[in-house]
Design a protein around this ligand. Sequence first.
Ligand SMILES: Nc1nc2c(ncn2[C@@H]2O[C@H](COP(=O)(O)OP(=O)(O)O)[C@@H](O)[C@H]2O)c(=O)[nH]1
Ligand SMILES: [Mg+2]
Length: 500
Amino acid sequence: MKPLTLGTAGHIDHGKTALIRALTGVDTDRLPEEQARGISIELGYASLALPSGRRLSVVDVPGHERFVRTMVAGATGIDLFLMTIAADDGVMPQTREHAAVLEALGVRTGVVAVTKSDLADPEVALIEASELFGDSEAVAVSARTGEGIDDLRAALDRASATVASRADATDSPARLHVDRVFTIRGAGTVVTGTLWSGEIGRGDELGVLPEGRRVRVRGVQVHDAPVDRAPAGQRVAVNLAGIAVDEIERGDVLVGAGTEVRASYRVDAELEFAAEAEPEHGSRVQIHHGTREAPARLAWLGGRFWQVRLERPIVPAAGDRLVVRRIAPPDTLGGGRVLDPRPRRHGPSRDVLARLERLARGEAPEPTGRGRPAPRTPSEARPPEPLPSSALALEQRLREAGVEPPIDSELDAGDLAALRDAGRAIRVSKALHYQVDALADIRGRLIELAKRNGGAVTLAQLRDELSTSRKFAQALLEHFDSEKVTIRRGDDHVLRRSAP
Ligand SMILES: Nc1nc2c(ncn2[C@@H]2O[C@H](COP(=O)(O)OP(=O)(O)O)[C@@H](O)[C@H]2O)c(=O)[nH]1
Ligand SMILES: [Mg+2]
């Protein structure tokens, strides 16, 4: 039987950790602070044997409202849920919020445990459970007396039998979203996570994204037992050579050879929001993908489609799930799935909508989909759309203008919009557009200059390098700061290590 991963869910104090202990013998609250306060703070892990012989990897999540972000990191990559609702408390705010997170992550299979059946009649909570999770079995249990625990194991077996294992997709390269990093004396850096796809084995060469570092696998463990190779669908601990413990963190992604995933600051996505939680165009939200979270702006593209513009890169593939949360006060708004992991920057248009509808239906993407390396410039992202000859003439004019393009008000607004939609002209400031290849060339010169110059440039240095005026140099630097090529530190614009 192929491996599966189970994640707990439910309001704080509804007995998640006690139930995992009753099922597995493992106390997942292992931090001194967790033991002292009697609450889960970090993710906990255990291995659960079922009557059929199937073994589930278990991720026990914290229920406290302050730790929903940790819950999301733990729930990402799970195959089924174990939702707890306490018989004496019923459905509470994080019962609903965790349900929303599971929905956003596309985790629809699981079992509800109505816990603490020794303290109160479980009847009311069982009814609430069926209202909220009508498709799932609900079982009354007591971790204290052991009542119902065997029934729960059987229900978990039945639910597991209906889920496909991630190990079934045998030809996909390895992908593991890191959720813990630590060192073991004598072994070095160890990372853990739920293996989303592929296999990881001793001796493998892996990449660490978004940084792009190369590492080698010294050893692999699954629930404390060493294995040669671990297939997807379970918790995996990987001992890495070639990387220090402070060079990798939760949110980073280990990828196998041949992977097509890349770091990306933008995705086109299909998103769904709870009633009255629909964000406005341009809102700033928190995006959770894998074990990473990043602030982002949401640009509405029409219907249920949005462009997500991130402030730090994620490592997405088409079909990946996103959770969208409000930044303040934190709350889960909704989520959905990535349709295009590396789109150009664009607004709404008829073509964009048609393309996203196609991707949402699972029809073959145009050449910028999964199967291609990351486009280096937007112009490579897809075959050029037919442009009117007046727009082509404008493009030629912008190309020749190079570093010093004419201001927008001197240009035909329609042709300019067409060029921008086609990814041939890039808005660099309120009143300036650059031809895309000219801008890529300038970016290359900026990066070269910064490298010659100890990793940073000033406005005056870029102005001299490009033999231009302060006005153009300033617009360009602000653009590259906002594109995360550089970051401003006083007068310096420092080249980012992750410069796209
Ligand atoms: N009487 C009784 N107490 C329980 C049961 N399950 C958990 N508890 C208690 O409820 C409290 C919270 O349990 P815990 O597992 O830490 O909840 P979590 O926050 O959902 O992980 C602890 O004091 C447990 O001992 C149960 O089935 N019966
Ligand atoms: Mg707990």
